[in-house]
Design a protein around this ligand. Structure first.
Ligand SMILES: NC(=O)c1ccc[n+]([C@@H]2O[C@H](COP(=O)([O-])OP(=O)(O)OC[C@H]3O[C@@H](n4cnc5c(N)ncnc54)[C@H](OP(=O)(O)O)[C@@H]3O)[C@@H](O)[C@H]2O)c1
Length: 325
C-alpha cells in the first residue's frame, strides 16, 4: 500500500492555477477553508437558489454559478451530492469543460459506475478524506489530521498526480497520509463499508442491544451507557491494537463472553447478507437505485431509531458529554 506524505508534494505547482469548488456542504466548506489557510483561495460554485451562498459569502469567498465557475477554473473540485453529480455534470459542467482542466472527486462512485463520463482531455483525480468535513476542518492544524484516499483515473496532462498531491497538501491531508487507491476500489469499498458496517450495521447493532436491555427492564439511560456510550473506547482499542489487542485490554469476563457470543449475533446468515449487499454495491445496482430514487423525497433520518433511544442519547450527552474520555 503506497502512502504519500508532505515530502511527496510540491505546492508550487498550484501557483497561477484557479481553483473552483462546486458545492459548499460538509466537504466543500471544510476544503475551501483549509485551502485558503494553506494560501490557495478557491472560488465557489452554487446554484442561484442555494441557501449556502450566504454562508460561503459570509466566510469571505466569491460565489458564482457552477457554469461560470467551470469557465473560470483550471481545477474543479466536484463536491456536490453523489446522486446529483451525473445530472450536474451533463447540464452545468460538460458544456464549458475544456481540455487541460482537472476534475477532482471526493468519492469515486459517479465515475466508476458511469454516471459521469469525463472527456479524454481532462485530468481526473480522487481525493477522498477519511472523515466528514467537520472533522477535516477541526484537525486541520493538528497532527495527526485526517487521512485520505488518493487516486488518478485519467492523466491527460501528464501532471495529474503532481497537481493532485499538491491539492491533498492544501486541504491538510498529507500530514497523516494519502493512501493510493483506484476509483474502482474506493467506489465499492466506501459504499460497502459505510452501509454494511459503519453507518448501517453498527447503528442496527447498537440499537438492538439497547432495545434488549430496555425490554428487560433497564432504564433507557442505563441501557445507553451499557451498549452505546463506550463504543469510542472500544474502537480506539481496536484501532491501536486490533481485535485481539482490544480483547486483551478489556476484562477477562468481557473477552470470554465476547468470544462465545459475538459469532452467535453476527452469524452465518449475517455473512450471507454481507455478501448480498457487496454484490448489490459492486454491480452498480445500489448506486443506480440511489441516483434514480433519490429525488423522490427527503431522507427519513429516524428510520433506524426511535424516540426512546434518541432521548436517552441526548440526556446522557448533556450529562456526561459525547465522549467517555
Ligand atoms: N460528508 C462526508 O462525510 C464525506 C466524506 C468523504 C467524501 N465525501 C464526498 O464529498 C462529496 C460531497 O459530499 P458532502 O457530504 O460534502 O455533500 P453535502 O454536504 O450534501 O453538500 C453538497 C453541496 O453541493 C451543493 N449543490 C447541489 N447542487 C449543486 C449544483 N448544481 N451546483 C453546485 N453545487 C450544488 C449543495 O447546495 P445546497 O447547499 O444548496 O444544497 C451543497 O452545498 C460527495 O462526493 C461525498 O461522497 C463526503
Amino acid at each position: 500500500m503506497r502512502v504519500y506524505h508532505t515530502k511527496d508534494a510540491d505546492r508550487r505547482v498550484l501557483k497561477n492555477k484557479s481553483i473552483g469548488i462546486i458545492g459548499y456542504g460538509s466537504q466543500g466548506r471544510a476544503q475551501a477553508l483549509n485551502m485558503r489557510e494553506s494560501g490557495v483561495v478557491p472560488l465557489i460554485g452554487l446554484p442561484s437558489r442555494s441557501r449556502r451562498r450566504r454562508v460561503a459569502r459570509a466566510d469571505g469567498f466569491t460565489v458564482t454559478t457552477t457554469r461560470r465557475l467551470v469557465s473560470r477554473s483550471d481545477i474543479l473540485l466536484f463536491l456536490a451530492p453523489d446522486h446529483l453529480q451525473g445530472t450536474i455534470f451533463e447540464t452545468e459542467i460538460c458544456p464549458d469543460l475544456r481540455s487541460g482542466q482537472m476534475l477532482v472527486f471526493a468519492h469515486a462512485a459517479s465515475v466508476h459506475f458511469g454516471a459521469v463520463r469525463p472527456p479524454t482531455g481532462v485530468d481526473v483525480v480522487l481525493i477522498a478524506p477519511l472523515g466528514p468535513g467537520k472533522r477535516l476542518r477541526e484537525l486541520f492544524r493538528q497532527k495527526p489530521g485526517v487521512a485520505c484516499f488518493f487516486g488518478v483515473f485519467q492523466d491527460a496532462s501528464g501532471r495529474a498526480k503532481k497537481l493532485g498531491l499538491a491539492l491533498v497538501a492544501a486541504i491538510g491531508c498529507l500530514r497523516t497520509g494519502a493512501i493510493e487507491t483506484t476509483f474502482a476500489e474506493e467506489a465499492v469499498g466506501d459504499l460497502f463499508g459505510e452501509q454494511a458496517v459503519l453507518c448501517g450495521g453498527l447503528a442496527r447493532l447498537l440499537k438492538l442491544g439497547f432495545d434488549t436491555l430496555v425490554e428487560n427492564g433497564l432504564s433507557p439511560e442505563k441501557a445507553y451507557l451499557e451498549c452505546v456510550f463506550q463504543i469510542d473506547l472500544i474502537v480506539d482499542l481496536i484501532k491501536s491494537g486490533g481485535i485481539a489487542g482490544m480483547l486483551q485490554r478489556v476484562s477477562q469476563t468481557a473477552a470470554r463472553g465476547a468470544i462465545a457470543n459475538g459469532p452467535r449475533i453476527i452469524d452465518e446468515r449475517a455473512r450471507l447478507s454481507f455478501q448480498k449487499i457487496y454484490r448489490e454495491v459492486e454491480s452498480g445496482g445500489f448506486f443506480t437505485s440511489l441516483v434514480n430514487g433519490a429525488p423522490n423525497g427527503p431522507i427519513d433520518y429516524g428510520r433506524l431509531t426511535d424516540a426512546v433511544f434518541e432521548r436517552a442519547a441526548r440526556r446522557i450527552g448533556r450529562m456526561l458529554g459525547d465522549r467517555n474520555a
